[in-house]
Design a protein around this ligand. Sequence first.
Ligand code: NAI
Length: 427
Amino acid sequence: MAVASPHVLNNSDALMTQNSPATDPWKVLLLENVHPDADGTLAHAGEVEIERLPKAADGDVLARALAGAHLLGIRSRTQVDRDLLDSAPELLAVGCFCIGTNQVDLDAAAERGIPVFNAPFANTRSVAELTLASMVMLMRGIPRKMQAIRAGEWLKSAEGSHEVRGKKLGILGYGNIGSQLSVLASGLGIHVYYYDHQPKLVHGNAREVGSLHELLELSDVVTLHVPSTAMTRRMIDAEALARMRRGSFLINHARGDLVDVDALSDALTSGHLAGAAIDVFPKEPKGAGEDFASDLTRFDNVILTPHIGGSTLEAQSAIGRDAALKLARYVSDGSTAHAVNFPEVEAGSLEPGRRRVACVHSNEPGFLSRLNEVFSAIGANVAAQHLQTRGKVGYAVADLEGELPDDLEAQLRSLEGTVRVRLLGPG
Ligand code: NAI
């Protein structure tokens, strides 16, 4: 596999840390064509040497490329398992430049003191825009008219065509995408209703309904924006589809297993549903070389897209910057805010004259007092201190004032329960 030669970026304002001597840049390995906008953001960590592999890698190729790297950036295809983590003792953090993090063994990473970050909102807008566009296209009967005109047929008729203004959009899942869609749809004069199993901040004139059934029964268009969980899988089955209004539309831009596709085919065949827009499928090809098959391809009133709801250049750039900033902040100030597997500590920038101890430890009684005994024994003033725990892992961050002994890091490393220690700030 071709390896692009590493390039070095520098941001002289960033904090220097003892884990990366001033003369050595942070080593970053980025796979799977992470967007180039990540590079400038990573430089917030200080001097960085970035090596890129254009595709996913595994086995020895990946282990060799990762040797000596402090930060690893991947997208959805590279698998990061226990063995790989064990082969990379210098690895500080992993960035998933995507939404999902299933490709990383999150527990194994946390146990080794490695936070994992992702970019959960970076493609929210892209999905919301496509969903709104799909509603317009469905309600104007565009899929059928497009197919007809390509076959030389001129379907110039207003029959079955509607404006979206004044229609009822039912959003299942009022999270990042659902609520963003709500704002956009309201701007077009659409009446927005939503159902979410958690209390949510209502945007504009959107109205919450008390159950999925209620949502299905009142909406002209139902759109799904929930994750795939034991509760949501096949949530839209034959019974749910039967509850939808005759002549209404279904949009699924969330996850393929939320919908019983056979039941959806039946509802389209019978004319109970007037159409659908589907971007995600229970079984999706792994790549361009694999064929796609679905019963839904036979309907001319269905928009089918290859899981591209969040795939825009803007989203890729935003993902590059979002995940890179989380990695850079972890390196420079120890922040683990928004880590997916790790206790979240947001300690802020380090004030001049202080040094920061960032200590990952096993979450068992007594560690904090052992840590503070060391600080007390060396006569350091603890100017600020933060502690969070999650599962088996604890993360303690302390800002110290005063002269610190050269062997402080070694002392902390030898404490019972320490997994990893970093000393941040100019030594
Ligand atoms: P989110 O986590 O911000 O929102 C999900 C919402 O669903 C939350 O408000 C949650 O409370 C609600 N929810 C979960 N279980 C529920 C249940 N049983 N009943 C009612 N509400 C429930 O997620 P986000 O970012 O808005 O993403 C939504 C979906 O979109 C996910 O499935 C995600 O995988 C998918 N997605 C698809 C993309 C594509 O390319 N087509 C791109 C990005 C996300």
